[in-house]
Design a protein around this ligand. Structure first.
Ligand SMILES: Cc1cc2nc3c(=O)[nH]c(=O)nc-3n(C[C@H](O)[C@H](O)[C@H](O)COP(=O)(O)OP(=O)(O)OC[C@H]3O[C@@H](n4cnc5c(N)ncnc54)[C@H](O)[C@@H]3O)c2cc1C
Length: 324
């Protein structure tokens, strides 16, 4: 019997794969359903892992948009163009719908609207309720209650940038190549990054601004107006493109980029194993893929009757090696 705290990307796909393999799984998810207005990119590696766990490839394809390539430039006019390798853009809600259908088909017991308020990492007792679980996979995201209880000193750190994510009005078509992720790095005293992607259905963009963090109460969706000048000032080299996309956008999702350091982490040990953002967050922009690969490593260990703590220790070593 496996108990999963958090029915986000990692928790849902792990639950579905384990249930499909005949294991009994219960997921506690605090939100009434898992949706999100932001978007994210998954690469070919993430898709290979999802389909290896049993998520139908055709459902993933129908829920997302393919990338043809990447065009990465800087103010120094150096531009690198590379073809995509199975990368796709998702609205978070669409990805979660596919993963939830996968878990539902396997008859996973996902209890939405059920926050875990606390847990004892040594006995596996969960609150509210006070029931104890033999094995808890804590896939409860960056502010994980399980990590706080297990490793109170391994806290989130501000990564130095405020991030804005936005979807432009339908029909927005900048004069750049379609289906390409265009990224512009501004390398000045206060570095900034601007990225955008568009096709006949959608136009999305993001900005990373180096600056002090915004107050926690201000994170989330907000009118774009107050951010227009800071964005223009930080990214002076692409005025036409910026203005075009900003003019066609009403709201943006604003957040502080944060990390969860792995250095100095206590070794994973039963009965509570951290997974995904609950365990580690890097700045490289592949957090969802990392979470999916954690889920796959735990899935493989559990169906083979192996120790999930050892599987997660190996995963951490891989992640740290990739981050070098
Ligand atoms: C703006 C933004 C853009 C991003 N873009 C990308 C991208 O393009 N590509 C990429 O690979 N990654 C991206 N990421 C990172 C990616 O979203 C995360 O790494 C990924 O969602 C981690 O998955 P997870 O399952 O570990 O955690 P989450 O997806 O955060 O899921 C955690 C779940 O646990 C639930 N939960 C939390 N606490 C409790 C509790 N106490 N009880 C019950 N349930 C609880 C939450 O409600 C949530 O559903 C982005 C992140 C942000 C913020």
């Amino acid at each position: 019997m496996v108990t999963i705290v958090g029915g986000g990307i990692a928790g849902t796909v792990l639950a579905g794969a384990l249930a499909r393999a005949g294991q009994s799984v219960t997921v506690y998810e605090q939100r009434p359903n898992v949706r999100g207005d932001a978007f994210l990119f998954l690469d070919g590696r993430a898709h290979k892992t999802l389909t290896a766990m049993g998520v139908p490839a055709d459902r993933l394809e129908r829920a997302s948009y393919p990338l043809h390539g990447f065009r990465i430039g800087s103010a120094a006019d150096r531009i690198d163009e590379t073809p995509a390798d199975g990368d796709r853009l998702y609205h978070r809600t669409d990805l979660m719908r596919v993963l939830t259908e996968f878990a539902d088909t396997a008859k996973t017991d996902i209890r939405y609207g059920t926050p875990i308020s606390d847990l004892n990492p040594y006995t596996g007792v969960l609150y509210p309720g006070g029931d104890s679980a033999e094995l808890i996979i804590a896939a409860d995201g960056i502010d994980s209650i399980a990590r706080i209880r297990l490793e109170p000193t391994r806290v989130t750190e501000y990564a130095g940038q405020v991030v804005l994510y936005a979807t432009a009005a339908p029909g927005t078509r900048p004069n750049t190549a379609a289906s390409v992720l265009h990224v512009h790095h501004q390398t000045q005293d206060s570095p900034a990054t601007f990225g955008h992607f568009w096709n006949e259905h959608v136009a999305v963009w993001f900005v990373r601004l180096s600056r002090p963090p915004i107050p926690v109460g201000y994170t989330g969706f907000h009118p774009l107006a107050r951010w227009i000048e800071p964005i223009r000032t930080a990214l002076p080299a692409i005025p036409y493109l910026l203005d075009f996309l900003l003019e066609h956008t009403a709201m943006a999702h604003v957040s502080n980029a944060r990390t969860v350091p792995l250095a100095g982490a206590l070794p994973p040990r039963l009965p509570v194993i951290l997974c995904g953002d609950a365990d580690h967050v890097f700045t490289r922009g592949t957090g969802a893929r990392d979470a999916i690969e954690d889920a796959a490593a735990l899935y493989q260990a559990l169906v083979a009757g192996q120790d999930p703590a050892e599987a997660m220790a190996r995963r951490r070593a891989e992640l740290l090696a990739e981050d070098d």
